[in-house]
Design a protein around this ligand. Structure first.
Ligand code: COA
Length: 399
């Protein structure tokens, strides 16, 4: 019996302020960060009866300790959802939250769920990148990937080699702009509505409250950025200033069938149009969002010119610049990361894409003239992921 595919919407998203690894969340458990996000979503959306949540999918890259134990299920229980609500864990490194959203969205589209919560968390202070990994020796022995492919900063240096037009100066300029845009967004109150405060604990100073991101450096300058070391290669181009840092944080979002969201009176932030993941050579993983975006646009029947807002994860400046150069978009195009990006606020790996989605949905609300936007990111071991979204407010100003 043929069944129609249902429209899927992003209802609402929140995130913790992002901390520096080992900074304000040094004594906070990773699972508590994502639980805080889920509880806040339920508090903000009282129209959603908790028993109507059909699934909780939470991503983490390092799934051990306080990020292990099938974190979607344990976070659901800890958040006070009924025990009847199932959950599971997801991993696609930096695109964990993106994969959590696209996976539950696919389940909603075919009718397996009406409403789901997707989330992501990474406490890079408690779980440094690469913790516990045991790559199969064949990967290097059989030259399946170049050894540099396992160090993300080295893949960014490789990308600089491939695209010489992206100089250190361009990367630093892009990084400075990210810092300035985040500072402006904070000053204009754009980022605060997405943030859930988190109680913090410090053995020396006692209890505190995290209410803003810890990593931004609004006072940096091009001159200062130019002095920074290149830790991934002598005389390289990638620095702590033009790369996302090492961070702790969590995100979560409500994803629903559009008809169910409207029936329950939930807000409709964005409508999912298409998504795609693509693989590239692992040693230049930063290329990933280029083929994933081409594929997602092809599936949607759109072209890059149809996209009015871009939320691109800034793992490294070079990788966003490669994307923009490929599509012929200026690096200071106001449609791109209008509220800054991960170079300034941070990139707690598996959590990041829901930050991009949440921001895109807020920007859609401000721009009824824009119909389509994308969230896109590069992913470790050589991948990219892109989701195309439609603005439900599009055309509202013409009515
Ligand atoms: C690049 C990286 C190695 C830097 O780590 P780090 O050395 O611990 O970074 P720090 O924050 O200590 O910064 C290093 C120095 O640069 C300075 N700095 C960093 N950002 C700066 C900025 N925007 N402006 C001015 N100075 C800055 C710091 O003050 C510090 O100076 P110091 O050595 O005098 O103390 C790390 O952030 C990293 O690995 N990033 C990539 C993460 C990643 O791969 N993610 C996955 C993506 S796919």
């Amino acid at each position: 019996m043929p069944r129609p595919v249902r429209d899927v919407v992003f209802v609402d998203g929140v995130r913790t302020p992002f901390g520096k690894a080992g900074g304000m969340y040094a004594n906070t458990r990773a699972d508590d960060l994502v639980v805080r996000c889920i509880r806040e979503l339920l508090r903000r959306n009282p129209q959603l009866p908790p028993e109507r949540v059909d699934e909780v999918a939470v991503a983490a890259t390092t799934q051990i300790g306080d990020q292990g134990l099938t974190i979607g299920r344990t976070a659901a229980l800890l958040a006070g959802l009924p025990k009847t609500v199932p959950g599971y864990a997801i991993d696609r490194m930096c695109a964990g939250a993106m994969t959590a959203v696209t996976t539950v969205a696919s389940g909603i589209a075919v009718g397996a769920y009406d409403v789901a919560i997707a989330g992501g968390v990474e406490h890079m202070g408690r779980h440094p990148m690469g913790e516990g990994v045991d790559p199969n020796p064949r990967i290097l022995a059989e030259k399946l990937v170049d050894p540099s492919a396992l160090v993300m900063g080295s893949t960014a240096e490789n990308l600089h080699d491939r695209v010489p037009a992206i100089t250190r100066e361009r990367a630093d300029r892009f990084a400075l702009a990210s810092q300035q845009k985040v500072a402006k967004a904070y000053a204009n109150g754009k980022l605060q509505p997405d943030l859930v405060t988190v109680a913090t604990r410090d053995l020396a100073t006692g209890w505190g409250l995290a209410s803003v991101d810890e990593a931004p450096r609004p006072d940096t300058s091009l001159d200062k950025l130019a002095t920074l070391k290149t830790p991934f290669r002598p005389h390289g181009k990638v620095t702590a200033g033009n790369a996302a840092g090492l961070n702790d944080g969590a995100t979560a979002a409500i994803i629903a069938a559009e008809d169910v969201a409207r029936e329950l009176g939930l807000p409709v932030g964005m409508r999912l149009v298409s998504y795609a993941f693509a693989g590239v050579e692992p040693e230049v993983m930063g290329y990933g969002p280029i083929p994933s975006t081409e594929k997602a646009l092809r599936i949607a029947g759109l072209s890059i010119a149809d996209i009015g807002l871009f939320e691109l994860n800034e793992a490294f400046a070079v990788q966003v610049l490669a994307f923009l150069d490929h599509f012929g978009i200026a690096e200071d195009d106001p449609r791109v990361n209008p509220w800054g990006g991960a170079i300034a606020v941070g990139h707690p790996l598996a959590s990041s894409d829901i930050r991009l989605m949440t921001q895109l949905s807020r920007q859609f609300a401000e721009h009824p003239d824009v119909r389509y936007g994308i969230t896109a990111m590069c992913i470790g071991i050589g991948m990219g992921g892109t989701v195309t979204w439609e603005n439900p407010s599009w055309g509202a100003s013409d009515e």
